[in-house]
Design a protein around this ligand. Structure first.
Ligand code: LP5
Ligand code: MN
Length: 238
């Protein structure tokens, strides 16, 4: 087959059954015919623990586990608490927040994308807090109903905060992009998070490079395909 697929920012939730249905179709049709599928975060609208009995999670786990190709997962800023238990149930391999791949002769760096938004200092402070292992352990010990309340509160605070942030602040910082690509000697960076699908060309270390940004699934599906010819950003109706 010789192609590898990337998706991110599906934001699956009970309230959007059409997106879930579209994702299940994508798994059955498109994703069955590839070397590997990489999910680059925010698969779910929010994640408060693998013990959440939400039927949607079970349905998605079964569909992923049934896929005859390897599936890899990098956490997003909404589902950073997705853990080993759920990964095992859905046959996904958890990856670190950045991963360098060698694909068809290209060095490809993948990540969710939130760490590149270094101008958004409020978010980066928030991220450092909620990524502390001790805080996560305590949070996961709370009763589910309380965790749901905390998550709803955080989502609300985040929405309020975003209203006062400019589009530039919420996009990636060009220096951060260049630095991480240079450090990894990568000619292609693939990420999501910003919901601004595009393939950008840039120069890193005097060499031509590209940054491919995945779209969110709110209105339609979005995927990136890497194959022996290069990289393609594809939008499709779900
Ligand atoms: O996702 P989106 O587009 O709404 O906004 C993001 C950034 N916001 C977030 C917050 C998430 O939406 C919250 C998800 C919670 C789900 C799981 C709960 C688990 C809790 C675990 C506790 C251990 O990621 C937003 C960015 C935007 O992307 C663009 O990049 O700007 O960032 C913010 O809005 C952050 C604000 O600037 C600050 C928010 C104030 C909250 C203060 C709480 C302090 C710490 C509490 C610790 C429990
Ligand atoms: Mn995100």
């Amino acid at each position: 087959m010789s192609r590898t697929l990337f998706i991110a920012d599906l934001h699956l939730c009970q309230q959007e059954p059409a997106i879930t249905a579209g994702f299940l179709r994508f798994l059955q049709r498109e994703a069955t015919h590839c070397d590997a599928l990489y999910i680059l975060g925010d698969l779910f609208e929010s994640w408060i623990g693998d013990d959440d009995p939400e039927p949607l999670h079970q349905q998605v786990a079964e569909a992923l586990a049934a896929l005859p190709v390897p599936v890899y997962f990098i956490h997003g800023n909404r589902d950073f608490l997705l853990g080993k238990q759920y990964a095992a149930r859905s046959h996904m391999q958890l990856l670190p927040e950045q991963k360098l791949l060698e694909l068809y002769g290209q060095r490809v760096l993948i990540m969710h994308g939130d760490t590149l938004c270094t101008d958004d200092e409020g978010y980066q402070r928030f991220r450092r807090k909620v990524h502390q292992p001790w805080l996560q352990r305590i949070f996961l010990m709370l009763p589910l109903s309380l965790r749901q309340k905390v998550a709803a509160r955080l989502r609300n605070d985040s929405q309020q905060a975003n209203q006062h942030k400019s589009m530039e602040i919420m996009d990636v910082n060009p220096q951060a992009v260049e630095q991480v690509m240079q450090d990894n000697q990568a000619s292609l960076l693939i990420h999501g998070h910003t919901h601004r699908p595009e393939i950008h060309t840039l120069t890193v270390d005097h060499q031509p490079a590209r940054r491919a940004v995945l779209g969110a699934w709110h209105q339609q599906g979005s995927m990136i395909e890497v194959n022996t010819d290069g990289v393609r950003l594809i939008a499709f109706p779900w």
